[in-house]
Design a protein around this ligand. Sequence first.
Ligand code: ATP
Ligand code: MG
Length: 378
Amino acid sequence: MNPILPGAAIGILGGGQLGRMTGFAARTLGYDVHILDPDPKAPGFAVASLAITAPFDDEIAAARLAEHSKVVTLEIEQVSTVTIEAAARFAPTRPGATAVYTVQERGRQKAFLAANGFPLGDFATVDNADDCAAAVQRLGRSIVKATMGGYDGRGQVRVASAEDGRRAFSTIGAQRCVVEQFLDLEVELSVLVARSATGEVKAYPPSRNHHEAGILVWAVTPTGLDPQLEQRARELALGIAEALGIVGLLAVEMFVTRDGRLLVNELAPRPHNTYHHSERAVATSQFEQLVRAVCGLPLGDTSIVRPAAIHNVLGDCWEGRTPDPAAALTVPRARVHLYGKASARPGRKMGHLSGCGDTPEEALHVVQESFRRFNGLP
Ligand code: ATP
Ligand code: MG
């Protein structure tokens, strides 16, 4: 297979922060960047020489993106497979429509994982309020999650009784939901796998992730956890990437429960918030790796050069005050990454802070201290 070499254009479905940062990496390698996004103010358009404003189900617009590109990738899985197939008539789409189809609906994704023997917590997929109530009755304390369209904890309700479950189904207002037993978590991990158009595969060292109210707060690598557990996590992620036949990136979010089980939470066929530290920790960032993978270039090294961490910056930081990015930069080894989003809403991901250190604890301290100063605290 001949690689797609620098000078060519890469098309990206989605111009949020992930598309934007992929675009930066593509530009560094010498590629041109084309982006399609429904939002005329999409952050990714800043790096695109061709910016197409169109909804993700606009087949004609997706075909136009592909006509002008040598390869098409994506930063969001909520793109209809019809759109991906429309693009695929003009340029290879990596990942392909089948892998995205499997991942994009939570119920379908879980069915795929279960059918292939990958470990999951107890769950049920339901399509009406009665079945939702019955599932909560069986599973006990649970989380009801919409199968489509949810992210950052949206479209999810925590429930304790059958009656809660019935109510949650109508509050969420989705056609299908999964009901997941609420797990007692020891720690959350993720593993990012890159699989190239040539078949070459590499897993990153796991990331340790801290969420609050369903939203990622910080992530750090290396995890400092038992090397055997880390090895199992990497093998699990590699196995899922192979079973999906993904080309590009696959992030596998995992739970380690207090009773010692390693379970899959969910999959993402694209760059992932928990690997933003790969820009500091690893020789090859996830964004560069995605470009290499979809262009059929040799994959880059994924071993850790130095411990690194990130802390998310949410729209909440703008509530009733103006944050201070200059103060955040006074912490040695801290960097500020802002996505150029015009309006800050609570819960919206506006940027992140990254840092490195001699140990993961030190790297985490750098971003936490930088975050304090970002918020104007002395
Ligand atoms: P994102 O897009 O940010 O990854 P999401 O909206 O897809 O989030 P999930 O990954 O399903 O949401 O859940 C977000 C977080 O909520 C998890 O990382 C975990 O902290 C918590 N959580 C989710 N499911 C469970 C569960 N079954 N038991 C315990 N905690 C859970
Ligand atoms: Mg998640």
